[in-house]
Ligand binder design. Structure first.
Ligand SMILES: NC(=O)C1=CN([C@@H]2O[C@H](COP(=O)(O)OP(=O)(O)OC[C@H]3O[C@@H](n4cnc5c(N)ncnc54)[C@H](OP(=O)(O)O)[C@@H]3O)[C@@H](O)[C@H]2O)C=CC1
Ligand SMILES: CC(=O)N[C@@H](CCC(=O)OP(=O)(O)O)C(=O)O
Length: 333
């Protein structure tokens, strides 16, 4: 018997990807998977890609989940705190939602509404000192998907003093699974196919999270909905300070990281190359006209942006190899 894990919100996109990763993990055993309206339905009905996983979705409550050593919460914002409070104190938790990511209660309330539940250790192991903090924690708040993509591109540049934290501009495209599985008119195939559009323009909820994680003072972010199921491609530009090339800084920061890859010079990130993996691909240059730093970052929003990163954090919390059950390689084309 391995380490006992459970997934709440297992009928959703992030929950489904968690189930797939746990099923292939050498040290984790899935003991429960729960849902809300779809409780009582076999997993393979809700997720045909998981046919062969013989399990029925249970109710999302402490009785069903509390027997696990570690619980992944993949619930809508605002749903994690009440459930986490009911789970036994010895159960480790990785929350994929936003409830515990922000330190500033006023910012949480402004962007998400409702009362701020608290702050847990931030689940991005590649940030300086964060791997050790995650290892010492029983409660971890996984990153937002855009936040992971953009923070990995930006944090080393601000820390090294080569990018002006007061002058950051981001345009980032996401596949539609980033919006979750519930039906919305603007996510219908006939609306999304053949279209690109901005949304939450000038007011995205990941901006305070990225500022908190990177030390940026001012950051403009424009999200774009892209007609593809998975993937995020972020173009991050910043006013440079000094003449150090941004690529050198990123290479030094991530030289020993298994999942963050600065691509060979001349190669630029593709979302398709990261799908199914826990990898983030980066490339950087200096704009020949404006002199601004440009970093392009790509990852799978359900991989390094959600479920795979949650498994990476769980591995660290459980003291097992950080890369266990995770793929560096994508499944393109
Ligand atoms: N999708 C992504 O790319 C990313 C998602 N996240 C975060 O992960 C979490 C899950 O996202 P995602 O999988 O996309 O969402 P989905 O909408 O696809 O799934 C939501 C899940 O939560 C369950 N649920 C809905 N309402 C309730 C409720 N009131 N109480 C308990 N369970 C409920 C649903 O069950 P049922 O189907 O039975 O109704 C379903 O299992 C969110 O917090 C999201 O922000 C983070 C990073 C990336
Ligand atoms: C395409 C799309 O709608 N994406 C979502 C990403 C949400 C997410 O993954 O992050 P949270 O966990 O913080 O909600 C959005 O932009 O709000």
């Amino acid at each position: 018997m391995g380490i006992r894990v459970a997934v709440a919100g297992a009928s959703g996109y992030a929950g489904g990807e968690l189930l797939r990763l746990i099923a292939g993990h050498p040290e984790l055993d899935l003991v429960a998977a729960t849902a809300h309206t779809q409780a009582g339905t076999p997993v393979s009905v809700v997720h045909p890609q998981l046919t062969g996983l013989d399990l029925t979705l249970g109710a999302t409550d402490a009785a069903t989940l509390g027997d696990a050593d570690l619980v992944f919460l993949a619930l809508p914002h605002g749903q994690s705190a009440a459930l986490a409070a009911q789970l036994p104190g010895g159960v480790k938790i990785v929350d994929l939602g936003a409830d515990f990511r922000l330190r500033d209660a006023a910012l949480w309330e402004r962007y998400y509404g409702g009362a701020h539940a608290g702050t847990w250790t931030y689940g991005l192991p590649e940030l300086p000192g964060q791997r050790a903090a995650i290892a010492a924690s029983d409660r971890v708040a996984n990153t937002g998907c855009y936040a992971a993509t953009i923070t990995l591109a930006l944090a080393p540049l601000i820390a090294a003093g080569v990018a002006d934290p007061a002058d950051i501009v981001v345009v980032a495209s996401s596949g539609t699974s980033g919006a979750g599985r519930s039906a919305k008119v603007n996510l219908l195939g006939s609306e999304v196919m053949g279209d690109l559009s901005t949304y939450k323009t000038g007011a995205h909820q990941h901006v305070p999270e990225i500022k908190q994680a990177t030390g940026a003072d001012s950051l403009s972010m424009t999200p774009v909905l892209a007609p593809m199921p998975r993937g995020i491609l972020a173009t991050v530009t910043a006013r440079p300070i000094g003449r150090t090339h941004p690529r050198e800084v990123l290479q030094a920061a991530y030289a020993d990281e298994p999942f963050v890859h600065v691509l060979p010079e001349g190669q630029w990130p593709h979302t398709a190359a990261t799908v199914g993996s826990n990898s983030c691909h980066l490339q950087a240059t200096v704009d020949v006209d404006s002199g601004r730093i440009i970093v392009v970052s790509a990852l799978d929003n359900l991989g390094k942006g959600a479920a795979a990163q949650a498994v990476q954090c769980a591995n660290i919390m459980l003291g097992i190899p950080e890369t266990a059950g995770l793929s560096v390689f994508g499944v393109a084309p």
